[in-house]
Every structure is written in C-alpha cells, then in structure tokens.
Ligand binder design. Structure first.
Ligand SMILES: [Zn+2]
Length: 380
C-alpha cells in the first residue's frame, strides 16, 4: 500500500483519488465520495475545499437526502485542461486526446514509415494541428503535447542528438530541433513508448496498484508499476523486451539472439512473412495457411515463456497493451492453454489483463502524464 511521506504528499494523493473517482463516476455527494474513496468525511471536506478553490470541481444541484439536510452534488470540471499524446513507431503515428474526464475524447492514426526527415516531423505537426481543429479544442486549454517514442538514453541525457530504437537499426534524432517545431505547445519527448503504456494503467487498471505492464506491438517492452506509478518512468526501465526467450533465435537490434522483442514483435509474427497488418495475417491463419500457423505457434511459445518468467519474478497481474493486445485477447484460449497449463510450474493465480484501446496505450499514456502533472501542480 502506498504511504505518502508528508502532508503535502498526502494532499496530492488524496486529491488524485477524489478526482479519479469523480472522473469515473461523474458528480456525486460528499458522503458518497467518502464511502467510495474510503477517506474520512473530514479529509474529503478538506480536499474539496482545495479542489474548489483551484477550480477543479464546482458545486452542482442540491438533492434531497434522507438524513434531513439537502446534499449537494460535487461536479468535476472536466475541461479544466486538455492534453494530447503522440506515439511515434516504425509504421504508424497515433494521437490521443483527453481531458480530466473519461473516456478518452478522440483518437487518430496515420500509417507512415518512420523517417528522420524534416518533412516527416512537419507532417506530424500538421496532423497535430488538424487533430486539434477537428475536435474543436481551445488551444489555450491544452496543458501539453507529449511525444512517446523509443528514446534509447536516460531522461537526463535527452538533449540534442540522441538515438532512438524502433524496430530497425538505431536512428539519431535531434530532439531540440524537433521540439522547436512543436514549441507552440508545452511539448516534450519524454517517454519510452512502452513505459508510456504503463502510465495508461493509471487510467485503465484503476483498481490495480501494482502490476506488470507489457506492451506488444512493432516493439516489445514494459515495466513494473507500483503504487500506481510506473517505476523509473523517465528512465530506462523499458527492458523486458530484451529478455532472451529463444537462445538460438533471431538476431536482435541489441546484438544478441532471441530477445522477446525480436521473437514477439509484429515484425517477428507477420511482417517477415510479407503481411502488412495483423488483420491480414490472422485472416490467412484462419484460412489454414501453414506458414502462418508455424509462425503463430512459435510466437505463442516464446510469449508464454516471457509471461511465465514475469509471473514467476513478480507474482503480479500482467496488463498487456500495444497493437497486438486485441488480437491476443481474441485468441486468449490458445495463450492460456500454454501459459497456465503447459508452461506453469505451479498454478498461476495472477491474471492476464488485456488493455482496451491497446494500440493507443502509448499515446494515452503520454497524454495522461500531462493530466497527472496538471493535477499535482494544481493542488501543490
Ligand atoms: Zn535484444
């Protein structure tokens, strides 16, 4: 259980809990808030005073209560801030728009092969502007735009020219130069894509304080989430993808063989076989294509080994996000069979959870960083 260390931390923590309950459930009375959050009525009253002052909640209609005095609805101000996350991968650029409410307001996706050219980054900027316009968002209310990609150096070194690692050889990008293009907004390249996906857990796996986040798409990676916080979110915690699951497997971008990343990315599953999308691959698989069947069997074996290792090491639920999440969920019987019957040393009691909007997890995770920072700053 999370233990805040100071009054200040307690205030931020309680504010986040209350805002989170209001965001999920909509307006409710103070008593219901206390019941739902498990906080005392006096704590709720104190926090609400701060949240009202900072214009994060307002008082709504009064309703009759059985206890005599009429009760007032506490209403979250959902459009206090907007935030946009952009996920840059080898084959796609994805956008997510959110405010303080749920669900996520809008998504957008463009298919484009990554290339480190002015034209490429300008194009993303133009898509961003179009995304804002089509959703009729007041630009003054945009708290930040965050871009998730696979920056391969720790947070403190993310200045100037740095390497990023998509599913091909590393590419050097000039972070400062690119950031200048987006300088109209509070812009930052801050996250490893996969860790951004874990932050999304703050929104989706709300009842879970501790879990393992694993993102599977054109790259594979993840991190440990403790007390609702991804560990080392700003740094290099995104290394699950480089655990070796097949020692004689394919060569990985890290120089070794058989890493989870190289065995279980979308390239490993279907791009190698010249399919251009998950849909095309699974269609061929369902029609009995033997090459697809072999690739899928190997894929499931390798993934099961990795998932088993993660269950054994952490004994926590695993949340799977990334573009493969919906396909794995659809075929979870096949995965479960291997994972929980064939490979398990003893019965695994933890769950495998598939994140919805899985392919947008990194974009949502980046947008969620803005929201979390906004809330923390507001109640400081
Ligand atoms: Zn590797």
């Amino acid at each position: 259980m999370y233990q805040p260390k100071s009054l200040h931390e307690i205030r931020i923590y309680h504010s986040r809990i209350i805002m989170s309950v209001l965001r999920q459930n909509g307006p409710m009375t103070k008593n219901d808030l206390a019941l739902k959050t498990g906080l005392s009525l006096s704590s709720v009253t104190n926090i609400l005073k701060i949240l009202t002052e900072r214009k994060l909640v307002t008082l709504g209609d009064k309703i009759d209560s059985f206890a005599g005095r009429p009760a007032t609805y506490i209403v979250p101000v959902l459009d206090a801030v907007y935030s946009i996350g952009i996920d840059v991968t080898q084959y796609h650029v994805r956008f997510a728009l959110m405010n303080l409410g749920e669900p996520i307001l809008a998504f957008d996706k463009h298919e484009i092969l990554f290339q480190n050219t002015d034209e490429y980054w300008d194009r993303i900027y133009a898509w961003l502007e179009a995304f804002i316009d089509s959703n009729e968002i007041d630009r003054e209310k945009i708290g930040g735009v965050k871009m998730a990609t696979r920056v391969a150096v720790p947070y403190s070194e993310r200045k100037g020219v740095v390497p990023i690692l998509l599913d091909r050889a590393p590419v050097m990008i000039d972070i400062d130069e690119i950031s200048r293009k987006f300088s109209r907004y509070n812009f930052e390249f801050i996250l490893n894509t996969k860790v951004a996906g874990a932050v999304y857990g703050l929104w989706e796996a709300k009842e879970l304080s501790d879990y393992v986040s694993l993102s599977i798409g054109s790259t594979v990676g993840g991190c440990l989430v403790r007390n609702y916080e991804p560990l080392n979110v700003m740094d290099m915690s995104d290394t699950f993808g480089h655990m070796i699951v097949r020692p004689d497997g394919r060569m990985c971008s890290c120089g070794r063989r058989g890493c989870l990343e190289t065995q279980c990315s979308s390239s490993a599953l279907f791009r190698r076989l010249d399919f251009s999308s998950e849909d095309a691959f699974f269609q061929a698989l369902d029609q009995g294509d033997e090459r697809c069947r072999e690739s899928w069997n190997n894929y499931l074996d390798d993934l099961s080994i990795a998932l088993n290792n993660l269950f054994m090491a952490y004994d926590l639920d695993i949340v799977i996000s990334g573009s493969m999440a919906p396909y794995l969920e659809k075929r979870r019987n096949e995965l479960d069979l291997r994972l929980f019957r064939e490979y398990a040393l003893f019965p695994i009691r933890k769950r495998l959870i598939f994140s919805h909007d899985g392919e947008y997890a990194a974009a949502i995770g980046s947008a969620a960083v803005v929201i979390n920072t906004f809330l923390s700053d507001k109640v400081k």
